[in-house]
Structures are given as structure tokens and as C-alpha cells.
Design a protein around this ligand. Structure first.
Ligand code: AMP
Length: 303
């Protein structure tokens, strides 16, 4: 089934303890759509400037991502500059240049209004609300955000949270929104605001997935080589939502959500093995299946 995403497409300048890159391709919608493209047909809504590489657009299109909703505007592409210290779970922002996003008004192609699965990726909550107003009766809407928007537009963000089914956030964002340190209590507070599920990304500690009366904990894949955690969260969300969308139109079971969490974790584990989308864009079905089996043996035990 189809899966719609709105989010950023970007140039990222990143420093990690393992190297430094300038203006490589990134962005929440870029990572999300590439990850989801292994499972479902993805419809992307975003904006880039004329400086964005044509090869990336062609590569995304070759992966089957529908780019009718991508606007190429006069001006510069969104740019994010950040760094990580040895704690790779925390991204420090040095600067955020919104550029072409400043005046972006997303217009959903008419045929996309009925898309059943929707991901409101990390971007201005104003744009997330714009998209929500244009879709009709989606089955599942999930939301991501980050500290930049939690601080800048808290009211608008609350309104988005009220209207989605699943929150996919990292632990720092969960704590920042709720003011509660304990993640189980914080997730309950978030569910009290509207969403029925909260998926908390905890970097190298894995993922906590909470819904009414249920908690599922997935580990992160223990890699020996991690180059750059940028995009891991969006790749997780892409694998997660992509897997749900691949289940067709029957009712989703708790096990579907658990498997979605494992597929998201598997895809994210590839993203961090290289800078930018280098590893993510060239996966095979076999790569993904092998990592899922590794996850199985990692967590299997008998009593
Ligand atoms: P994550 O998957 O959480 O590591 O997100 C990484 C991506 O978020 C990077 O590729 C950035 O381009 C993008 N990003 C950083 N800051 C923002 C922002 N304020 N709004 C939208 N996207 C952002």
C-alpha cells in the first residue's frame, strides 16, 4: 500500500569522532523514503533548491519513490550543520538554514489525498498540519519532530500530536515535550494527548514501543563500525512505516507492530555504517533478511 511522507531534504555538514563531511545529502524525508522504499510505494512531499544533486533525485526515483510532490524551488536547499561527540545518541546542532523551506506551502497532488499511511517527518509543524488538512481518512498517521521545533513551535506541535496515531521520537524529545524523565511515564503522558502508540528511539540502546498495556523492547544491532548516526531515526521510521504499509489492508496486529519495530531497527543499523545515504541506498532484500535473522538470534532465549 502507499505511504506518504513530508519532511526535509537537506545538505548536512557533520562532524563525528570518526570523520567529517561537508554538505552531503541528508534530510528526514530523504532517509525515510529510501528506507521505506524497500517495503512499500512511497510518495514524497518536500522542497529542494536548484543546488540539490540531480543524481540523488534520479537515484530516489529509480528506487520507485514517487517524486510528484517534490518542488524544486529557486533558492538554496535546507542546510543542517551538526556534530556528535562519543555519545552518538545526541546530535548537537550548530546551525539550521531553512532556506527554501521558509516559504514552502505543500500542495498534495489530488490523487495522493487518499493515501492510507502517512508519515509527518521532522519539519515545521505548520507544514505537518498543512498535510494533515489535505489527506482524507488515512489509516495510520505517524509523527516525528526534534528539539528545534519543540522549542520553536510548541503549540502547533501539540496540535499535530493530538491528531496522529503514532509518535516516533527519540528519548530526549520525549523528555523535552513532557518534562518527565521516566520514559514509561512520559509515554503514558503522550498517549494522554491523543496518539495510541509511542515508539521511543534510544540510539545504541534500541527502541521502546509502548501502547495501551503493552511494552515491546528491541535492542539496537551491536555494530563494530559506526560512522555517523545521522538519519538513523528517520531510517528506523521508514522501515517501521514501510513494513506496516506492506501488510495490506487487513487489521494490524500487535505482532505486526513488533515486526515493524524490528524491520525499522534493521534498516537503521545499515544507515549508521556510512555517512549520508551511502549504505542505505544500495541494500538488497537479502541484506535486510540476514539482519532480521541476526536480530532473532540476538534476542532468542528459552526458559
Ligand atoms: P535523524 O534521523 O533524527 O538523525 O535526523 C537527521 C536529519 O534531520 C538530517 O539529515 C537533517 O538534515 C535533518 N534535520 C536536522 N534539523 C532539522 C530541522 N530543524 N528540521 C527538519 N530536518 C532537520
Amino acid at each position: 500500500m502507499s505511504l506518504l511522507v513530508v519532511g526535509s531534504m537537506a545538505f548536512d555538514s557533520i562532524k563525528s569522532p570518526f570523520g567529517e563531511v561537508e554538505r552531503v545529502v541528508g534530510g528526514s524525508a530523504t532517509y525515510f523514503s529510501l528506507a521505506a522504499s524497500y517495503f512499500a510505494s512511497v510518495r514524497l512531499v518536500s522542497v529542494v533548491g536548484r543546488d540539490f544533486p540531480k543524481e540523488t533525485i534520479e537515484m530516489m526515483s529509480a528506487r520507485g519513490i514517487d517524486l510528484q510532490g517534490l518542488k524544486i524551488a529557486d533558492g538554496e536547499t535546507f542546510h543542517w550543520k551538526g556534530y556528535y561527540e562519543y555519545d552518538l545518541n545526541t546530535a548537537h546542532t550548530v546551525r539550521t538554514d531553512l532556506n527554501v523551506f521558509k516559504d514552502f506551502v505543500p500542495a498534495l497532488p489530488a490523487a495522493w489525498r487518499e493515501t492510507p499511511f502517512v508519515f509527518l517527518g521532522n519539519i515545521d509543524p505548520r507544514l505537518q498540519l498543512d498535510i494533515l488538512a489535505q489527506v482524507r481518512n488515512p489509516r495510520i498517521v505517524a509523527l516525528d519532530t526534534m528539539n528545534f521545533w519543540i522549542g520553536k513551535s510548541p503549540q502547533l506541535l501539540r496540535e499535530v500530536i493530538r491528531n496522529v496515531d503514532i509518535l516516533i521520537l527519540n528519548e530526549a524529545e520525549v523528555r523535552q515535550i513532557t518534562g518527565e524523565f521516566n520514559l514509561v511515564k512520559a509515554a503514558r503522558m503522550l498517549m494522554g494527548m491523543g496518539p495510541g502508540r509511542v515508539v521511543i528511539k534510544r540510539g545504541e540502546y534500541g527502541v521502546l514501543h509502548l501502547s495501551d498495556g503493552q511494552i515491546f523492547a528491541a535492542p539496537a544491532y551491536p555494530l563494530e563500525m559506526i560512522f555517523d548516526p545521522t538519519g538513523a531515526g528517520d531510517s528506523f521510521a521508514g522501515g517501521f512505516m514501510g513494513y506496516l504499509a506492506s501488510r495490506g489492508d487487513g487489521a494490524l496486529t500487535e505482532m505486526d507492530y513488533r515486526l515493524a519495530t524490528m524491520y525499522g531497527s534493521a534498516i537503521a543499523s545499515f544507515t549508521v555504517e556510512a555517512f549520508s545515504t551511502d549504505r542505505l541506498q544500495g541494500l538488497t532484500k537479502e541484506d535486510i533478511a540476514n539482519r532480521i535473522s541476526s536480530f532473532r538470534s540476538l534476542t532468542e532465549f528459552r526458559v
